[in-house]
Design a protein around this ligand. Structure first.
Ligand code: GLV
Ligand code: MN
Ligand code: MN
Length: 424
């Protein structure tokens, strides 16, 4: 029997429609979390889901769940989803692909008039990027019980606006409680955001693991003084200290390569005036590695190195780790479902470790979870030129459809599962 397939043209058209919201001149998207544009993207998703006959619920962190009922709605649903927020110079696929692939699964189930045993849900997770509000994946983190609701709602942007205030302002401060309900399985479809699949000519990345991450914020304080009369030896230049820390961070990444990577992505200098020696510098550090012990070593090297640089540069320093998650190992039976489904559909596959963080990483703490990667052109992401071929997008959607359909028809094992009580 021919395999059932999604409508790839419709999925592509929906992606291109969503990409108009926050479109940038270079062909990308700027749809920062909880801005008016994020609201417009959410509204479009909700409209499409309602047109597909789904019920839509929003939780207290603004996560959206569009549900297509099953034959037995007491059974835990099968979920999928990702995020609609983007980086300031983001692309048309990061996150939004996983959201709209989920919608495409719901639409395809409708087209094929399939009644699944379990309900099926497509979700949007709030502020996955961690760009406007740090840290990343904060709302799926609250959902999974990693962060408290108070912590999530109180995350503030550079202007001091909190997620709680901004959720209310855009009309997405929902009332559903955070998590706490069973989910049978969760799948997230995403572009790889790296070069491996395209380079090797593979269509589907079977994501077995995601690397761990640590994020830091560092403030260096020296002394503002006049750029002309202040002799070089007496300066306490905070920006110079920051430059040395950037070098240190790079050296730590190189020392732990090829597994580890390290980035300083953001720096602010005060007062940022060309003839004032900077008295204060703020910078961020992002460490990633698929081995937790290496991350711990990198952490020690950062702390020791920053202390040395600060002392040698006569600066005060305040280094805070603001975010950490350990490496994730995805559920083997869900991963196998992705691998087997892709093979059955005739797609080439390769096992892969996610370099990026994803909402699926937190979902994996509360339900069996797996991810499906497709290539992106040149491996480029977090960039307006981010691109993917329609056939890759369609292939990932087909694999998602197969995996969700199989999971949505799984019945509880009689006598073994709490769900048999719900069924009785
Ligand atoms: C999110 O995109 C991350 O991996 O930082
Ligand atoms: Mn993403
Ligand atoms: Mn991203």
């Amino acid at each position: 029997m021919a395999e059932m397939k999604i409508n790839g043209d419709r999925l592509w058209a929906s992606l291109m429609e969503m990409a108009k919201i926050g479109a940038t001149p270079k062909g990308g998207v700027c749809r920062l979390a909880l801005t008016d544009l994020d609201r417009d993207g959410r509204n479009l998703f909700v409209k499409w889901c309602k047109e597909a006959g789904c019920t839509v619920k929003v939780d207290q962190m603004g996560n959206i769940f569009a549900r297509r009922p099953g034959r037995n709605n007491n059974l835990a649903p099968v979920g999928t989803g990702s995020h609609l927020d983007s980086q300031p110079t983001g692309g048309r696929f990061d996150g939004v692909y996983g959201v709209l692939a989920g919608l495409e699964v719901l639409r395809t189930l409708n087209d094929l008039k399939i009644e699944t045993e379990r309900p099926v849900e497509a979700s949007v997770w709030t502020n996955e990027e961690g760009s406007r509000f740090a840290p990343a994946m904060v709302a799926s983190g609250v959902y999974a019980g990693v962060f408290t609701l108070e912590y999530g709602l109180s995350r503030a942007d550079a202007d001091g606006k909190t997620m709680g205030e901004e959720l209310k302002r855009i009309g997405y401060a929902g009332s559903e409680p955070m998590g706490g309900r069973p989910v049978h399985a969760f799948f997230e479809t995403h572009i790889e955001q790296g070069p491996i699949l395209e380079h090797e000519g593979q269509t589907i990345g079977v994501v077995t693991d995601a690397q761990g991450q640590r994020w830091y914020e560092l403030t260096l304080t020296g002394q503002e003084s006049h750029a002309g009369p202040t002799p070089m030896p007496v300066r306490r230049d905070a920006l110079l200290g920051a430059a040395r820390v950037i070098q240190l961070v790079n050296e730590i990444g190189l020392k732990h390569a090829p597994l580890a990577v390290s980035t300083v992505g953001m720096i602010n200098s005060y007062p940022n005036s060309r003839n004032v020696i900077p008295g204060k510098a703020f910078l961020t550090v992002d460490f990633r590695c698929p081995v937790n012990d290496e991350l711990t070593q990198m952490d020690t090297e950062l702390k020791e190195g920053v202390a040395k640089i600060a002392a040698a540069s006569r600066l005060e320093h305040d280094l805070k780790q603001i975010f950490q998650y350990d490496c994730v190992h995805f559920d083997e039976s869900c991963v196998e479902m992705v691998r087997a489904g892709a093979k059955r559909l005739g797609y080439s596959t390769r096992d892969i470790v996610s370099g990026a963080g994803h909402d699926a990483c937190y979902m994996s703490k509360v339900t069996p979870t797996a991810m499906i990667f497709v290539p992106c052109v040149g491996g480029i992401s977090h960039n307006e030129i981010e691109d993917a071929k329609p056939e890759w997008i369609e292939a990932g959607g087909n694999v998602l459809f197969q995996a969700m359909l199989a999971k949505a028809n799984e019945l509880p094992v009689v006598g073994k599962s709490a769900e048999t009580v719900a069924l009785a």
